[in-house]
Design a protein around this ligand. Structure first.
Ligand SMILES: C[S@@+](CC[C@H](N)C(=O)[O-])C[C@H]1O[C@@H](n2cnc3c(N)ncnc32)[C@H](O)[C@@H]1O
Length: 223
C-alpha cells in the first residue's frame, strides 16, 4: 500500500508541476491557487466569489488539470486515512526564508499520533469533544485526534475544533483536510499570540452541527 500511495502522491503533485511548467508560473503560486480553489469548491457554495476570482487567473485547460490533481489527491487520501498529504508539499514549495520566519515545519505524522494518543486517552461516550489548535498548520494534529477517536469506535463528528494559523494557505489546507475527513471545524486565519482573527472559515460539518443547535452562522464567518 505504501508504494501505491507514494505513486499517486507523486502523480498529484506532478500534475501541479505540469501546470507550473506549462505556464511558467512559480510552483508556490500554482500550489496556492490549487489549495484556494479546492477549499472554495468544498464550501458548498459559500465561497463562490472567491473561487471565480482565483479561477479567472487560469485558462480552461489548466482548470481541468487542477480538477485532475484534486481527483488524484482524493484517491491518495483514501488509501491513507487521516493523514495530511498536502502539508508536506507546502513545506517543499514554501521558501526556506518564509518557513523559518513563521516556524513552518512539517510535523511528522507519527509525532502527531503520539501526542493525540497522550491527550485523548479517554473512553468516549459520544459527547462532543472540544479541541483548540492555535497553530494548526495543515491540521495533522487534528487528523491524528480524529484517527484516535475512530480507533475507539466513535465518529470524528463528535469533535468540535477551533483551528488557527497565521499563514492563509495553511488554513486552507487545514480546511480541506478537516472537510474531507468529516471533522466539524472552524478554521481561523489569524495570529494566536495576539488573539487577532483576520478571517474565519467554518467548514460544512461545523455549519451542520451549529445549525442543528439553531445557531445562525454570521456573515463575517463566511465572507
Ligand atoms: C510546526 S507547524 C504546526 C504543525 C501543526 N500543529 C500540525 O498538526 O502539524 C507551526 C505552525 O504555526 C503557525 N504559526 C506560527 N506563529 C503563529 C501565530 N502567532 N499564530 C498562529 N499560527 C502561527 C505557522 O504558520 C505554522 O503553520
Amino acid at each position: 500500500m505504501g508504494r501505491h500511495a507514494h505513486d499517486i502522491t507523486h502523480k498529484y503533485f506532478s500534475k501541479l508541476e505540469d501546470i507550473s511548467n506549462g505556464t511558467h508560473r512559480d510552483i508556490h503560486d500554482t500550489f496556492s491557487s490549487f489549495v484556494k480553489m479546492t477549499a472554495c469548491a468544498l464550501s458548498a457554495g459559500q465561497r463562490e466569489k472567491e473561487y471565480l476570482e482565483e479561477a479567472s487567473k487560469w485558462d480552461k485547460n489548466h482548470l481541468i488539470m487542477f480538477s485532475e490533481a484534486l481527483s488524484l489527491l482524493i484517491r491518495e487520501m483514501e488509501t491513507d486515512p487521516f493523514t495530511d498529504i498536502m502539508g508536506k508539499y507546502y513545506a517543499v514549495v514554501e521558501s526556506k526564508i518564509v518557513k523559518q520566519s513563521k516556524g513552518e515545519f512539517y510535523t511528522p505524522n507519527e509525532l502527531c499520533s503520539m501526542m493525540a494518543n497522550i491527550v485523548l486517552n479517554d473512553t468516549y461516550d459520544g459527547a462532543p469533544i472540544y479541541l483548540n489548535e492555535p497553530t494548526c498548520g495543515a491540521g495533522q494534529m487534528i487528523l491524528s485526534s480524529a484517527q484516535n477517536i475512530v480507533d475507539q469506535g466513535q465518529s470524528p463528528y463528535i469533535l468540535r475544533v477551533h483551528a488557527t494559523d497565521i499563514d492563509d494557505i495553511a488554513t486552507q489546507v487545514c480546511y480541506i483536510n478537516t472537510t474531507l475527513w468529516g471533522i466539524p471545524c472552524i478554521v481561523h486565519h489569524g495570529d494566536s499570540l495576539k488573539c487577532d482573527v483576520i478571517k474565519s472559515y467554518p467548514n460544512i460539518h461545523w455549519i451542520a452541527v451549529e445549525m442543528s443547535k439553531g445557531y445562525k452562522v454570521s456573515s463575517h464567518e463566511v465572507e
